[in-house]
Ligand binder design. Structure first.
Ligand code: SF4
Ligand code: SF4
Length: 308
C-alpha cells in the first residue's frame, strides 16, 4: 500500500511522463473568500467586458466540490507552448500561443490518460477540465504550488515563465495538498509599463483596455484606441509576457504541434488581405485563430493596412 505522499509522487511522475511541465495538488474546497471578492469586484467593475461567460456559473466556479460531487483534490498541470520559431517582425503578428494547434486536445488527451491511470490504480473518479468548465484555474494553479499570479495577470512558474497552457483534474482521490506558491513580482512593474492599453493598472486585467481581448473578442468595429495602438498585431498581444523577466529563460516546447506551419510562418499582410475562406480554413485548421473567423481577421488586417 502506498502512503499518500508516495501516491502524489507517482501521479506527478506520470503527469511529467505524459509531457506536462508541472503538476501540483490542492485540496478541493470552496475558493478563498478574498479571491471570490476580487473576482466579483472585477465583474462589477465591468472589467470582463465582452467576456460575458466569465459571470456564468458562479456557484460552480467558486467551489470545485459543487462541480464534481465527492471531489477531494484538484490536480493542476501546465504544458509549455513557447517556441523559438517566430514570424518576421514585419508580418502581421499573432500571439505565440496561437501559432500551433489548439491546445485543448493536447491537454485534454494527456489529462484523460492521467484520469484513467488514477481510476485503474486507486479506483477514483476524475473530471478533466481544460477551459471546459467554470474553474478558476490560475487560483488553483497557485494554490497547488504550480506558480504565482504575476502583475500581468498570468500564471508564472518561477524559473520557467508564463508560456504555459493550464488544465485541471478534479478527483475524488484524497491527497495531501502541496504548499501554495508564495513568490511575488517584488518591485518589478515592467508589464504595467509595457502594456499598450494600460490594462494592468489596478490589481487586475481590464479587458476593455487589453489589445488581446479587443482584437479577439470584440465583434464589431474595433474601438478607436485599439485601431490606434494595435500596430501590426492581428491576433492577440504578448507585450506583458515578452517584457517579463521570468520569461528570460523560457525554453521551446517539446510539443511539435505547438509550432507554426510553414504556411503560417509565410503569412504577409497582403496574403491575409487576399485570403479566401478555403485558405483560412486550411492554414488555421485546429488553431485558436479559427475561432476568430475570417471576417474578424480581415477587420484586424485592414486596421494594420490603414497605417501603410
Ligand atoms: S496582452 Fe497586451 S494589452 Fe493585454 S494586458 Fe498584456 S500587454 Fe496589455
Ligand atoms: S513583468 Fe514584472 S511585474 Fe510583470 S508579471 Fe513579470 S515579474 Fe511581475
Amino acid at each position: 500500500m502506498h502512503a499518500d505522499n508516495d501516491i502524489k509522487g507517482i501521479i506527478r511522475r506520470k503527469a511529467l511522463d505524459l509531457g506536462f511541465d508541472a503538476c501540483g495538488f490542492a485540496a478541493a474546497a470552496p475558493v478563498a473568500q478574498q479571491a471570490i471578492d476580487q473576482y466579483c469586484n472585477w465583474l462589477e467593475e465591468g472589467k470582463n467586458d465582452c467576456m460575458e461567460y466569465a459571470s456564468n456559473y458562479k456557484d460552480l466556479r467558486f467551489d470545485p466540490t459543487a462541480l464534481v460531487p465527492g471531489a477531494k483534490t484538484v490536480i493542476c498541470v501546465a504544458l509549455n507552448y513557447y517556441t523559438e520559431r517566430r514570424q518576421p517582425k514585419d508580418a502581421p503578428q499573432f500571439s505565440i500561443y496561437a501559432y500551433g494547434k489548439d491546445y485543448h486536445d493536447a491537454v485534454r488527451n494527456r489529462l484523460m490518460q492521467l484520469a484513467t491511470f488514477i481510476k485503474e490504480t486507486w479506483h477514483a473518479e476524475s473530471r478533466v477540465c481544460v477551459d471546459t468548465a467554470p474553474v478558476m484555474e490560475k487560483y488553483w494553479a497557485r494554490t497547488a504550488g504550480v506558480g504565482m499570479i504575476g502583475r500581468n495577470n498570468l500564471l508564472i512558474i518561477p524559473g520557467k515563465g508564463s508560456y504555459f497552457f493550464l488544465g485541471e483534474l478534479i478527483t475524488t482521490l484524497e491527497l495531501p495538498p502541496d504548499n501554495p506558491c508564495t513568490d511575488t513580482c517584488g518591485n518589478c512593474n515592467k508589464c504595467l509599463q509595457a502594456c499598450p492599453g494600460g490594462a494592468l493598472e489596478g490589481d487586475s486585467l481590464d479587458a476593455r483596455r487589453c489589445l488581446s481581448c479587443q482584437l479577439i473578442e470584440c465583434r464589431g468595429e474595433l474601438p478607436a484606441w485599439v485601431q490606434e495602438k494595435a500596430g501590426n498585431r492581428i491576433y492577440g498581444c504578448d507585450e506583458c509576457q515578452l517584457c517579463c523577466p521570468h520569461n528570460r529563460n523560457a525554453i521551446s516546447t517539446h510539443i511539435e504541434d505547438f509550432n507554426p506551419t510553414e504556411d503560417f510562418m509565410n503569412l504577409t499582410l497582403d496574403s491575409v488581405l487576399g485570403m479566401d475562406t478555403a485558405t483560412f480554413n486550411t492554414i488555421f485548421r485546429n488553431t485558436a485563430v479559427k475561432r476568430l473567423k475570417l471576417d474578424r481577421l480581415m477587420r484586424n488586417a485592414r486596421n494594420i493596412a490603414k497605417k501603410y
